[in-house]
Design a protein around this ligand. Structure first.
Ligand code: TZP
Ligand code: MG
Length: 222
């Protein structure tokens, strides 16, 4: 396996996603605690009611990126390619409604990570052809963190993609908790992405520890 692919597979294990609308307190502290609990990748997703924009968004992005740098955790930006390039993020994550992955790849260069959300085999084939490094599949379970989420896919979507022959790194998203994360791994995912199971937890560090344990127990049954 290519070095980049292998690094991405490792990083996807416990992929924490958030922005200020997901946090009831300082996002910097929440990220620090999540890192102590063992997250392996972070995505800055500044979306939804009350989301910051402009200088304030960039300021928060830079602060979170610094926390990631100190802990050696790759830092991905959701949607905002300009911001990702401005601050030299490690990569971007885009959805089907965003710019095509081929354009994003050309803009940010070969070394950066490009993740794409996919819901069908066709979308996945297109994303892979366009140069995606990993795919986000979901929502696996019902979620209240995304207003315009597609229909719930269950872990079946991961099995279906693996049975189709996709070897690209896959991460499940949507309603994943420490109770169901193992099932997502057992279906063939390389990792789980979560927003609320970490950012909305009373004890952020402990939530990440429990998720990590669930992911590793699921890995053992792959
Ligand atoms: N894309 C599909 S579901 C989702 C996104 C961004 C939200 C996931 O959030 P949570 O709180 O982990 O269900
Ligand atoms: Mg998007």
């Amino acid at each position: 396996m290519q070095e980049k692919t292998s690094a991405i597979k490792d990083a996807l294990k416990l992929y924490f996603i958030m922005g200020s609308p997901n946090c009831h307190r300082d996002p910097v502290n929440i990220l620090e605690e999540a890192i102590r609990g063992g997250i392996s990748l972070f995505q800055f997703r500044e979306k939804g009611q009350g989301a910051l924009s402009g200088t304030q968004k960039k300021k928060l992005a830079t602060a979170l990126q610094q926390v990631c740098k100190e802990a050696n955790i790759p830092f991905i930006v959701n949607d905002d390619i300009d911001l990702a390039m401005e601050i030299d993020a490690d990569g971007v994550h885009i959805g089907q409604e965003d710019e095509a992955a081929s354009i994003v790849r050309k803009r940010i260069g070969a070394d950066k990570w490009v993740g794409v959300s996919a819901h069908t085999i066709e979308e996945a084939e297109r994303a892979i052809k366009d140069g995606a490094d990993y795919l986000g599949l979901g929502p696996i379970y019902p979620t209240s963190s995304k207003d315009d989420a597609e229909s719930v896919k269950g872990t079946a979507i991961i099995r279906q993609f693996r049975e189709h022959g996709f070897s690209i790194p896959l991460v499940g998203i949507g309603g994943i908790t420490s109770t169901n994360a193992a099932a997502v791994m057992e279906a063939g995912a390389d990792g789980v992405s979560v927003i609320s199971a970490i950012s909305g937890s009373e004890d952020v560090e402990d939530a990440a520890i429990r998720l990590n344990q669930a992911v590793h127990s699921g890995c053992a049954n792959q």
